[in-house]
Design a binder for this molecule. Structure first.
Ligand SMILES: Cc1ncc(COP(=O)(O)O)c(C=O)c1O
Length: 625
């Protein structure tokens, strides 16, 4: 797998040129070139690179595909879309999103008061805003304020209590207003169809959100009684993120479509839109045969348009506008996390580590012969012999017959034999060989936090494509597991025999090696945890101009140590004073040394918590950038 499954997950966003992975756009710079340019400016540690052209690509593909489906079926309703803020609220992302979507009437979805404020400030007037999730009176009042500003805002009712509050707020805002303005109203319906995958419980009768049929009828009556039926214009559902199979969506569409038609026939004349939420999946897999979704965007769009049309025709109601709130699909591909490898943890298994003596125990001599004469023809037999010898040698050590150097030689030789046999027998791919890969896996210590940058890997075992930035003309042979720098054994992407990752054999004391984690733009940043106080990594936005050249913009460095503590509400003045006092009052050190220590300490306090380097002789490499 020399291309790391790029043809499966890459969507032609990246291309391998010579030995590097490059952006398949404009001047096609390599990720390595961009990374090195940022590091030369003095930024170390992990880097999150954002690519607005990839956000634009997703938005236009979404709109174009639905337009095509509408044309194909002569569908009369419009297609509209909003971006759900919960997927990524970071300003460098949202600002890029709004910039690249300006030719579409693309809006934002909010699920909390803070998100609503972002939506009110960043959505262009006229583009849609939808507001989902539980709301109190203040949040509903904010929706009314947004409507009065001129926003095209829809408040989704998640329960009857909320509708009562809307009626109350409407009275307060509009009873005496010269020009009464009320937000549009949507209702989230509780489907009996459930979703599929990890987030399946977003749908189904026991889901947290939405109105049952009985509540829906009650809501209808309440709206009618309070003269608000002309505001009811949207039916909403969301069956769960990263929908792997299209079948549950079809079921949900039939259910929601019929609810729409029934309400319409009952007299909900203003009802005109069906909001299918998110769920559109992203292909994260980098392994053949392990794909995460069984449908394309065209199939998704065709199904939505066709089913809405079929139900509308059958029930004799107008075809509704179609709304989506796809988040993962829009945001995932836009960012790449690049992290330097700091160390490899099984380098002691190199032949140069052998401490063979003039006379070695006979079994070690035999192991050495097996290693030097290993060929494809005898690989399996020699491998079995080596494993057998190892058991005997370890027993001899336990009984005190061989020394620590002999034991070390045993480990190295057996490891080398396993490694060589696996590479000689690779085409056979037997279970035995797969299992043995666990024994020789190389641990790559990588300068990032899995909790901060890949929380879905930690919490949900979600895989993300990973590959090195260069050496792509060389076949990687080390079965690899990735260790992050947190002090937590969960911060490891272990070698997985079924989804194996191979990386290159490198000497990090002499050369740089960076890993890139792709498709990290959805949910990862916002769910990221400051475990061990590793914060959001340094980020940058990569823009391309008309001539195709790129620029590195909006660089934001990871928080420095004092800011991290300040965020936790430590009084950093007191911390500062205490540290300074402890140095100044120390009776063990000279005045000159005190000045030196204070200088160093203040320098370190101004830096972020990611590591610079592990190996002393690597410092020059880091300082070169
Ligand atoms: C109501 C609603 N809409 C949209 C989304 C976005 O879903 P996705 O990221 O799968 O597109 C979510 C995600 O949980 C949601 O709850």
């Amino acid at each position: 797998m020399k291309n790391f499954g790029l043809h499966i997950w890459g969507d032609e966003n990246f291309v391998i040129q010579d030995d590097t992975i490059n952006i398949n756009h404009a001047s096609k710079p390599s990720l390595l070139q961009i990374t090195q340019e940022i590091r030369e400016k003095g930024y170390k540690g992990p880097l999150l690179l954002r690519f607005p052209h990839l956000i634009k690509k997703q938005i236009s593909t979404l709109f174009d595909t639905f337009d095509k489906a509408k044309k194909e079926f002569n569908y009369t309703g419009s297609f509209q879309a909003v971006f759900p803020l919960k997927v990524n609220q970071f300003p460098n992302f949202i600002e890029s999103l709004m910039e690249v979507s300006s030719t579409y009437s693309y809006g934002l979805e909010a699920g909390s008061k803070a998100e609503l404020i972002i939506a009110m400030a960043k959505t262009p007037l006229g583009a849609p805003i939808t507001v989902n999730g539980f709301k109190d009176k203040e949040m509903i009042a904010l929706c009314f304020i947004a409507a009065k500003m001129g926003h095209n805002i829809t408040v989704t009712i998640e329960g009857l209590g909320e509708l009562e509050t809307i009626i109350q707020v409407n009275d307060e805002f509009n009873a005496h207003a010269e020009n009464p303005i009320t937000p549009k109203i949507g209702v989230r319906i509780r489907l009996h169809s459930s979703g599929i995958g990890v987030w399946a419980k977003s749908g189904g009768y026991s889901s947290k959100f939405g109105l049952t049929s009985t509540e829906l009828l009650e809501a209808y009556e309440m709206l009618k009684k309070h003269d608000l039926l002309d505001k009811l214009w949207m039916i909403h559902f969301h069956i769960g993120s990263q929908m792997s199979d299209i079948a549950p969506l079809k079921k949900a569409l039939r259910e929601a479509g019929n609810i729409y038609a029934e309400l319409k026939m009952r007299g909900a004349d203003a009802l005109g839109a069906i909001n299918i939420g998110g769920g559109l999946a992203v292909e994260y897999s980098q392994h053949e045969g392990k794909q995460e979704r069984n449908y394309s965007l065209s199939e998704f769009a065709n199904d939505v348009v066709y089913l809405m049309q079929e139900i509308s025709k059958r029930k004799g109601v107008p075809e509704p506008d179609i709304f989506t709130e796809s988040g993962r699909y829009i945001a995932a591909s836009h960012s790449v996390l690049v992290a330097p490898v700091l160390e490899l943890f099984s380098q002691e298994y190199h032949a140069k580590g052998l401490r063979l003596k003039e006379t070695n125990p006979p079994l070690i001599e035999e192991l050495h012969d097996l290693y030097t004469s290993l060929s494809r023809e005898h690989a399996r037999e020699y491998l079995h012999d080596a494993l057998d010898h190892m058991e005997s040698l370890l027993t001899l050590f336990d009984l005190g017959y061989i020394d620590l150097e002999d034991r070390s030689n045993t480990e190295i030789l057996v490891n080398l034999i396993i490694k060589k046999s696996i590479s000689l027998l690779r085409t056979e791919g037997t279970d035995e060989l797969k299992k043995l890969q666990d024994r020789i896996q190389e641990k790559y210590l990588v300068n990032f936090s899995a909790f901060q940058s890949l929380p879905d890997f930690w919490g949900l075992a979600q895989q993300f494509p990973v590959m090195p930035l260069d050496r792509l003309d060389t076949k990687p042979t080390n079965p690899a597991s990735i260790w992050d720098i947190t002090c937590d054994s969960d911060g490891e992407i272990g070698f997985n025999r079924d989804l194996p990752l191979y990386l290159h054999d490198i000497d990090v004391s002499r050369e740089e090696y960076f890993l890139a984690f792709f498709l990290t733009g959805a949910y990862q940043e916002v769910l990221g945890m400051k475990h061990n106080l590793f914060t959001h990594p340094t980020e940058a936005v990569i823009h391309f101009d008309e001539t195709g050249q790129y620029s590195i913009d909006k660089l934001i460095e990871a928080q420095n140590l004092m800011d991290v503590l300040d965020d936790l509400d430590y009084d950093t003045n007191i911390i500062n004073k205490t540290l300074k006092y402890n140095i100044e009052e120390s009776t063990h050190i000279s005045a000159e040394e005190k000045r030196e220590l204070l200088g160093k300490m203040y320098l370190y306090l101004s830096e972020n918590s990611y590591l610079k380097t592990i190996q002393a002789n690597n410092e020059n490499l880091e300082n070169q950038g």
